[in-house]
Write a protein that binds this ligand. Structure first.
Ligand code: AMP
Length: 229
């Protein structure tokens, strides 16, 4: 992380949870409230796929099938992003780490810079609700505001509440079939990280089945608490 200030330790927050738990939505809100940078490896990988980079070409088929992209690709992308100056104040990691190997690499990367994970927040949800949550979601193509066919539609149909754009996008992997594979990958490879962060004493659990604003308030309280330490 590009931290040159030895007085303040940058906040490093991790959002853990299966697809549909609300990691992206909550990360965006925390970014606005605390001036931290949301760092989504999913977004970085989708950008690499769109740009047709070598890493993007290697990742594309795995992402379409709902599997996990190899650690070497993800870590290279993450390292580059963490080296950018806007991360100096702190980051909210959304969708990373996702495997024990990534968690260890992150711990080592942060240790090199005298930093460590401030909090790993586990968004606790029921799997059964996730398929519907994910399969109905879409975002504004211009500003990235998130919507859902059932749970959150724009006030004026077809017009983004946040920026007025009329263009929306849906992720290719947000379909029922792929969500099931993504949930399996989460339980097999990512859920064990909950114990890893519990062991480091930085795990926080949040009930993420309720409404977005209540969950956001819980997360804000955690970030205030860890920022004050
Ligand atoms: P997400 O936007 O976080 O749901 O990620 C979308 C897809 O990108 C995942 O299903 C994976 O194929 C890939 N991906 C994102 N982050 C990672 C990661 N940390 N490790 C491996 N694959 C990832």
């Amino acid at each position: 992380m590009a931290n040159t200030d030895t007085q303040t330790r940058p906040a490093v927050l991790i959002l853990l949870g299966p697809p549909g738990a609300g990691k992206g939505t909550q990360a965006r809100m925390l970014q606005q409230d605390f001036g931290l940078v949301q760092l989504s490896t999913g977004d970085l990988l989708r950008a690499a796929v769109k740009a047709g980079t070598e890493a993007g070409q290697r990742a594309k088929a795995v992402m379409e099938a709902g599997g996990l992209v190899s650690d070497d690709i993800v870590l290279a992308i993450l390292r580059d992003r963490m080296a950018e100056p806007d991360t100096a104040r702190g980051v909210i990691l959304d969708g990373f780490p996702r495997t024990p190997g990534q968690a260890e690499a992150l711990d080592a990367l942060l240790a090199e810079q005298g930093a460590s994970v401030s909090a790993a927040i586990s968004l606790e949800v029921e799997d059964a609700a996730m398929v519907e949550r994910v399969a109905g979601r879409y975002t504004c193509a211009r500003c990235g505001e998130g919507y859902h066919d059932r749970f959150k539609t724009p006030a004026v149909a077809g017009v983004c509440d946040a920026c007025g754009s009329t263009e929306f996008t849906r992720r290719a992997d947000d379909n029922a079939e792929t969500v099931k594979a993504r949930l399996e990958a989460y339980h097999a490879q990512t859920a064990p990280l909950i114990d890893h962060y519990d062991g480091l004493g930085v795990l926080k659990r949040v009930d993420a089945m309720g409404d977005i604003t209540t969950i956001a308030a819980d997360l804000k309280a955690i970030v205030r608490e860890v920022s004050a330490q």
